[in-house]
Write a protein that binds this ligand. Structure first.
Ligand code: MTE
Length: 332
């Protein structure tokens, strides 16, 4: 398979520009003047998205966007990135979800009609309360929160996304990890009839990701069920996806069907596929380059100029302590 050792998102720096501009082509046309001034190409769209009232407090993309408006969402301004939001259009049409194809536009097109109800999540391993839970039951009573997080992809682009979800820690407490549990392993649905991209062995399906237990219990770690105040569109990982804002985006496993509490570091999909390129921790780090390109800079989708990549994606104050004693160069 062509992606055996190279993913489509393993882009050279020069390759990312047209894609980033494509994602915001309408703003690009409108933003010509800004370009002359060297500023963002989409300030007007971003500002609109960031200020409207709805859902958890943001502009509702409207019924045409699909999904269901989520009620009772508590905004968490204390956790909100101050950066302008990436518009809904870009968040939902520029995706990585290889189960629906490897091009950025594939998931929005090919995941249309992906059925996410009913949805069962199996919880197993070192937990006092293992079982196969209906998703609604697993999350029942845990308050939905809106959190605006930066997301940085290892390809060199980034977005700012208003997720809706629940702290993973709350879900884990509910199932009671035992003292033996050291890591959490997550698995995406494996069903080629429903996920046509799985007909190709781009990866050894199912997509697997993992966290150390303390990372999983960290207050920033979110299980998202929505975005922009609405239930998650399929291309963004409906009905349940992980969001770990200080790590590269590939850790944010989508359409989760299994959560296992385990003793050993899980063998994760990309680390297994290309261990020389992708590590288990995958913390955003401008000082540790990917073997084939620099991570020092990133392009925010919609911007023309690249910006500096922030250590731990700007969340160092909250999470650096998790890694004291760990050689971040070796344990990328
Ligand atoms: N989860 C699954 N199951 N399959 C995938 O291909 N891609 C990952 C991650 N989660 C992926 C996945 C990558 S590389 C990124 S950058 C993010 O999802 C992208 O999330 P988004 O499409 O919502 O922006």
């Amino acid at each position: 398979m062509l992606l055996r050792h190279r993913r489509s998102w393993d882009l050279q720096e020069r390759d990312t520009t047209p894609e980033a501009l494509w994602a915001s082509r309408r703003s690009f046309l409108r933003g010509g003047a800004a370009l002359l001034g060297g500023a963002s190409l989409m300030p007007s769209l971003s500002a609109t998205a960031a200020t409207g009232p709805a859902g958890g407090g943001l502009a509702d993309p409207g019924p045409a966007a699909g999904g269901t408006p989520l009620a009772g969402v508590t905004p968490r301004p204390d956790l909100a990135a101050a950066d302008p939001l990436t518009p809904w259009d870009a968040v939902t049409t520029y995706n990585n979800f290889y189960e629906f194809g490897t091009a950025k536009e594939d998931p929005a097109r090919r995941a249309k009609g992906f059925v996410t109800e009913p949805w069962t999540v199996t919880v197993d391993g070192d937990v006092a309360r293992p079982g196969s839970y209906d998703l609604g039951r697993l999350l029942m009573g845990i308050g939905l929160e809106e959190r605006i997080y930066r997301m940085r992809c290892v390809e060199g682009w980034s977005m700012v996304i208003p997720w809706v979800g629940v702290p993973l820690a709350e879900v884990l407490k509910r199932v009671e990890p035992t003292a033996d549990a050291k890591y959490v392993r997550f698995e995406t649905l494996n069903d080629p009839k429903r996920m046509p991209g799985q007909a190709w062995r781009v990866l050894d399906w199912p997509y697997v990701e993992g966290l150390r237990l303390d990372e999983a219990m960290h207050p920033l770690t979110l299980l998202a069920t929505g975005v922009y105040g609405r239930s998650l569109p399929p291309q963004n990982g409906a009905p349940l996806r992980l969001v770990v804002p200080w790590k590269y985006g590939f850790k944010s496993v989508k359409s989760i069907v299994r959560i296992s509490l385990v003793r050993e570091m899980p063998r994760t999909s990309w680390a297994a596929q290309a261990p020389q390129e992708y590590g288990f921790y995958a913390n955003v780090n401008p000082q540790v380059d990917h073997p084939r390109w620099s991570q020092a800079k990133e392009r925010r989708i919609g911007d023309f100029l690249r910006r500096d990549t922030l250590m731990f994606n700007g969340y160092a104050e909250s999470v650096a302590g998790l890694y004291s004693g760990l050689d971040l160069r070796k344990w990328y």
